[in-house]
Design a protein around this ligand. Structure first.
Ligand code: HEC
Ligand code: HEC
Length: 134
């Protein structure tokens, strides 16, 4: 019984790692892989359902990859304060949380997180790795 449980857990971890690397590869090729926590599940679901019309570009994926990545995004989707009032907007940079957090900076290209968050491509948004360009 223990061995079976360990096996089941092992498979789940493998599945999670595979989904994460698929997400990083597919959703990090044109821009950083935006953290799943910054949008609520309904927004990710909507985005994944219309990837062929993704912000004016075609980001469509094979059905299996889209399903795997969509499930990953929803598993890690934001809840609570960060996504309150976000509705189903597909832009992180238009959520009320984002606007509050960024009210001190002038954003000409908000989607380019890496312009200020120097380690954004590694999912690191800590203040100490922030450099505001002048
Ligand atoms: C073919 C290129 C391409 C691929 C692949 C791609 N995107 Fe995008 N994505 C874009 C473009 C272009 C924009 C708009 C950028 C802008 O307005 O500056 C965008 C914007 C976004 C935004 C909004 C950023 C914001 O807050 O303003 C999110 C979230 C996003 N993409 C998620 C994803 C996810 C999830 C995937 C993988 C399923 C993905 N993208 C794959 C091109 C792509
Ligand atoms: C023009 C510079 C700039 C851009 C572009 C930018 N940010 Fe920020 N970001 C800031 C500043 C300044 C803060 C506030 C720092 C603080 O008070 O901790 C911040 C705070 C944050 C925080 C909170 C960090 C914490 O530890 O509390 C997150 C998460 C974040 N930004 C994500 C993003 C994402 C995702 C993008 C791209 C969609 C983005 N930012 C684009 C400057 C920027």
């Amino acid at each position: 019984m223990r061995a079976l449980l360990a096996l089941a857990l092992g498979l789940l971890l493998l599945q999670e790692a595979a989904a994460q690397s698929a997400w990083k590869a597919e959703c990090g090729s044109c821009h950083i892989a935006y953290p799943p926590q910054l949008l609520p599940a309904p927004a990710w679901r909507r985005m994944m359902a219309q990837l062929e019309r993704h912000f004016g570009t075609d980001a469509s994926l094979e059905a299996a990859a889209a399903a795997e990545i969509g499930a990953y995004l929803e598993r890690h989707a934001g809840t609570g304060k960060r996504v309150a009032g976000a509705g189903s907007s597909q832009r992180i940079s238009e959520t009320p949380w984002f606007r509050r957090e960024h009210d001190e900076v002038s954003l000409t290209n908000a989607a380019n997180c890496g312009a200020c968050h120097t380690l954004a491509d590694q999912g690191d948004f800590r203040e100490r790795n922030l450099r505001i360009p002048r």
